[in-house]
Ligand binder design. Structure first.
Ligand code: ATP
Ligand code: MG
Length: 283
């Protein structure tokens, strides 16, 4: 049995639960308590505030956790980041009031900067030999300059809309963040086996993201050309049609290249093209 800590409420909660459920770990919503056991996989889910997840994992209260890399970097607890999960993407940036004359990070020398991420900021300023006053506040960081609490802020940015609304301009990006799977450093071999199974499932889910399953009919003598256009994972599947001289080709394709490939396939005689969703890809 392994215990995984996820955010109880907030931006990462829904996608964390969704990822676990795509990996076949079913947690009954109705039974949702602080700690819930999955009914079909040796996993317990512990619901915490995101700030507390790195510490819980470092202390062994949970064996693994899903949390933003920003929290991991801020807390610096001894945990292993074992997998990036591709959601909860954002960046941590320095922002200053609009209209300021900004030419380099030396603008920050001697300034007061409000943030909820004092450790990341302190490390950054130290590396760049800047002496600034860091004011740690828990929330609503973006209003600090307009109420005179600070000259600038260091905060999470995703679209940048909040900054604009508060008359701020992003001037330096310090780090990118996304949700990551973390694990304790001293996980037992038995727990490692379960964690590896989970990682295997996450991989399959990730691999199938943005992939489509393509079926089409084409003259058999165009199959070779088609296979060059779409080589598939190993090679495309080719089945004969009842109609003489015609084949059916099945292949996996990335959504980004879908339309371009379809045009090339049509030009060599492909017809009756079906594009299907691909749920999991296990290699
Ligand atoms: P908690 O109550 O669990 O402490 P919180 O208010 O600290 O929650 P949320 O706002 O739910 O945290 O954000 C959780 C994580 O989501 C952030 O730490 C960050 O990794 C990620 N995130 C992605 N985009 C954004 C965004 N636009 N604003 C804030 N966080 C974001
Ligand atoms: Mg938090």
């Amino acid at each position: 049995m392994i215990r995984i800590a996820i955010q109880a409420k907030g931006r990462l909660n829904e996608q964390s639960t969704e990822l676990l459920s795509e990996a076949g770990i079913l947690i009954e919503e109705s039974k949702r308590k602080l700690l819930t056991k999955a009914n079909n996989f040796p996993v317990e889910i512990l619901y915490l505030r995101d700030d507390d997840i790195p510490q819980a994992v470092a202390m062994g209260v949970a064996d693994a956790g899903i949390v933003g890399l920003n929290e991991v970097e801020e807390k610096k607890y001894p945990v292993e980041v074992i997998h990036s999960l591709g959601f909860g993407r954002c960046r941590l940036s320095l922002a200053i009031p609009k209209g300021e004359n900004y030419d380099s990070i030396y603008w920050f020398e001697g300034k007061r900067v409000a943030t909820s991420y004092p450790n990341i900021l302190e490390r950054y300023f130290k590396q760049n030999h800047i002496f600034a006053e860091i004011h740690t506040i828990a929330g609503s960081v973006e209003i600090a300059p307009s109420v005179g609490m600070a000259d600038a802020i260091f905060d999470i940015v995703s679209s940048g809309g909040t900054l604009v609304k508060n008359g701020l301009v992003e001037v330096e990006k310090i780090m990118n963040s996304e949700a990551v799977l973390i694990a304790g450093k001293n996980i037992t071999p038995e727990k490692q086996v379960i964690l590896d199974q989970l990682l295997f499932r996450f991989d399959a889910i990730e691999r199938s993201r943005g992939m489509k399953y393509l079926l089409m009919n084409l003259p058999c003598d165009a199959v070779e050309k088609a296979a060059k256009i779409l080589p598939g994972v190993k090679s495309p599947t080719i089945l004969p049609l009842q109609q003489e001289g015609w084949c059916s080709m099945h292949v996996v394709v990335s959504e980004n290249e879908l339309w371009g490939k379809i045009e090339s396939l049509k030009s060599i005689g492909a017809e009756d093209i079906l594009v299907l969703a691909l749920e999991k890809m296990i290699l």
